[in-house]
Write a protein that binds this ligand. Structure first.
Ligand SMILES: Nc1ncnc2c1ncn2[C@@H]1O[C@H](COP(=O)(O)OP(=O)(O)OP(=O)(O)O)[C@@H](O)[C@H]1O
Length: 271
């Protein structure tokens, strides 16, 4: 049986807006996130993606319902604005703030070399003593990911973590998440970009605080004998899917339903 990382049951979040009006951001959402899974969370502006991300990470208090996490599961979050969650002046200071217990209990040289290795593993090639203000947005997001890791994250919720970044930085953060997923961590990836959804195994679509699609990524983009949920819910599929569909419509057989460029090339050449 698959092990649970995070469970929400009937999770509801209401905010109090201007003139005390109640804003319903999340309405009775129930879901299980399995350990080691990759879930993409999409939806139109204001649909409740950030609220659900925060509810999963445990930083949005629920108005109703409940959240529980699997045994020993530690859930952390990378926010949209890279600077929002950085307090340290230097890279090592930031990591130390995220992992104060480790500094207390380990030899400083050992900690430094381990953290240098951790940064390298994430593709962040800056010295530990680098000033945070000199880092690019993408480097800051990788530092935020490193902060999650030194804090012991098993599950990381990325809440539109690439939306403020240039394409190369976006790819670098996505690559870091892919390698963390390969190493067994649970990933939630909230995004507006359908290209990024292709990296997921499961897709959740939110509308007005409710889940309107919860299923596999291939079915989301290609449908299962009926209209693809991606299209019917109003999203433009990524280039690879559009190209594959155009080829199929022209009568070219494809060996699979590709989601990424390499898979499209293979589907065309092996058909
Ligand atoms: N702190 C808050 N106070 C009041 N209303 C809020 C607050 N945070 C979010 N909301 C409202 O809750 C609803 C859901 O917002 P949320 O940010 O979760 O959606 P979203 O899908 O992440 O949107 P976006 O794509 O624009 O980031 C929206 O109507 C939003 O205006």
């Amino acid at each position: 049986m698959e092990k649970i990382a995070v469970t929400l049951r009937e999770a509801t979040v209401h905010y109090v807006g201007a003139s005390s009006a109640r804003i319903s951001a999340l309405e009775r959402v129930s879901l299980d996130l399995y350990r080691g899974s990759w879930t993409a969370l999409v939806g139109r502006n204001g649909g409740g993606k950030s609220t659900l991300s925060k509810a999963l990470a445990g930083i949005a208090p629920l108005s109703e319902g409940r959240r529980s996490v699997g045994e020993d599961v530690s859930v952390h979050m990378v926010l949209q604005q890279p600077e929002t969650q950085i307090l340290g002046e230097t890279v090592i200071e930031e990591l130390a703030l995220c992992a104060s217990r480790e500094l207390e209990t380990s030899a400083p040289d050992h900690v430094r070399s381990r953290w240098e290795e951790l940064l390298r593993g994430l593709g962040l090639t800056v010295p530990l003593d680098a000033l945070v203000k000199r880092l690019s947005g993408g480097q800051k997001q990788l530092l935020n990911v490193a902060g999650c890791l030194v804090a012991g994250a098993d599950c990381i919720v990325f809440d539109e973590a690439t939306s403020m970044l240039d394409p190369a930085s976006r790819q670098a953060v996505l690559n870091a998440a892919v390698s963390l997923h390969r190493s067994g961590r649970t990933i939630v990836w909230t995004t507006h970009r359908m290209e990024e959804v292709a990296a997921a195994e499961r897709v959740l679509v939110l509308e007005h605080g409710r889940i309107v699609y919860d299923g596999g990524v291939e079915t989301f983009f290609y449908g299962d004998g009926e209209a693809a949920p991606c299209k019917s819910l109003g999203f433009e599929p990524p280039f690879v899917v559009r190209t594959a569909k155009a080829l199929l419509a022209l009568g070219y057989p494809l060996a699979s339903r590709p989601l990424r460029p390499e898979a499209l090339a293979e589907a065309v050449t092996t058909a």
